[in-house]
Design a protein around this ligand. Structure first.
Ligand code: ATP
Ligand code: MN
Length: 322
């Protein structure tokens, strides 16, 4: 005779041997108990919490490369895309399994900043309703010396995608002229991100100033394409080069993070020569990225990202004199 769920529960409570087994429907991934695995996150695509957890498990090693050692903010949407979501920068609001709490002195008087350092923490965060992982551009052991600069290309939503591709090429041209290497990724939202790994020899002010100068140079050289100042009115028909991701405490979604948007798209690292065939900013979702993920494990377009360490001094002088 099949055991009914209630009998099952009663048996578990009574029998010490099975007391640790997850309740019916729950399961364990990377040592984290996943509750409500069937909870719907994106009703439109019928994507569930378990789909996010399985994606997280499959990508954790790649995602962690972009998170380890850094404070991380989380976008949490415990009730799914249709519910309330919040941006979590500090410890609090329910403990997350595996999460690291950083030295409170780093961001006093706030609660400790948090870090995601292990597969368990990735899965723990997903278990607690996190969808997006947003690292700082600096490591906790040297928080005043940023090691990444981000240029965020935010197109007017009505702009044809081909123009965004052309614009990103122009950014690459500028970086080439400055002797800098930028790494390209989809945001998984509406635009593209270009990330420059830095030597840890600049202040936040120095990095922010350089990013602003680069954005202003693009807007000056190609006024029909770029704008360097925020504001919907200014951006009409153009692309805002958001350079404001480069101050202390600013964050950008990590490569390989899912996005809390319809379809649960992923921010994907790209080679520059893939740009021309990119059909849009979010071609891959947690449900469709399997093949690409396997391919990226064979050939990583960001293989130099870890070792590239650039100083901005020479490029700054070039920017000023042009
Ligand atoms: P898109 O391509 O659609 O512009 P994006 O990732 O570039 O995607 P957003 O998702 O709009 O842009 O994120 C904006 C930035 O602000 C991110 O870098 C994120 O880390 C940060 N952010 C998002 N939500 C909050 C919040 N509630 N408080 C503080 N910072 C936030
Ligand atoms: Mn953006």
């Amino acid at each position: 005779m099949p055991t009914s769920p209630s009998n099952d529960t009663a048996a578990r409570t009574a029998t010490p041997d099975t007391a640790a087994a997850p309740p019916a429907g729950d399961l364990e991934v990377a040592g984290v108990r996943i509750t409500h695995p069937d909870r719907v996150v994106d009703p439109g695509r019928d994507l569930r919490k378990i789909d996010l957890v399985r994606y997280g498990e499959s990508v954790a090693d790649l995602l962690l490369k972009h998170l380890k050692g850094r404070p991380v903010s989380l976008v949490r949407a415990p009730e799914g895309l249709d519910g309330e979501s919040f941006f979590q920068k500090h410890a609090g609001r329910g403990a997350i399994p595996g999460l690291t709490l950083l030295d409170p002195a780093l961001d006093a008087p706030h609660p400790p900043l948090i870090a995601v350092e292990s597969v368990q923490a990735v899965i723990g965060a997903l278990q607690m309703g996190a969808i997006e992982f947003h690292p700082w551009g600096a490591k906790a052991n040297s928080l005043d010396r940023p090691d990444r600069l981000v240029l965020d290309l935010d197109p007017d939503p009505d702009l044809h995608w081909n123009h965004v591709i052309e614009a990103a090429e122009l950014v690459r041209q500028l970086l080439d002229q400055l002797g800098l290497r930028g790494f390209l990724k989809t945001s998984g939202g509406h635009g593209l991100h270009i990330v420059l790994p830095l030597r840890r020899c600049h202040s936040w002010d120095g990095v922010a100033r350089f990013a602003r100068m680069a954005a202003e140079t693009l807007a000056r050289r190609h006024p029909e394409v770029f704008v360097a100042r925020a504001g919907a009115a200014q951006r009409v028909g153009r692309i805002f080069v958001d350079h404001g991701r480069n101050h202390r405490g600013a964050t950008t979604v990590a490569a390989w993070s899912p996005r809390a948007r319809l379809g649960l798209p992923v921010s994907v690292p790209l080679a520059w020569d893939e740009l021309v065939t990119l059909p849009g900013p979010a071609p891959w979702t947690i449900a469709t990225i399997g093949d690409l993920l396997a391919e990226r494990r064979e050939h990583d377009p960001w293989s130099l990202f870890e070792t590239e360490r650039q100083a901005l001094g020479g490029a700054s002088r070039l920017l000023v004199t042009r």
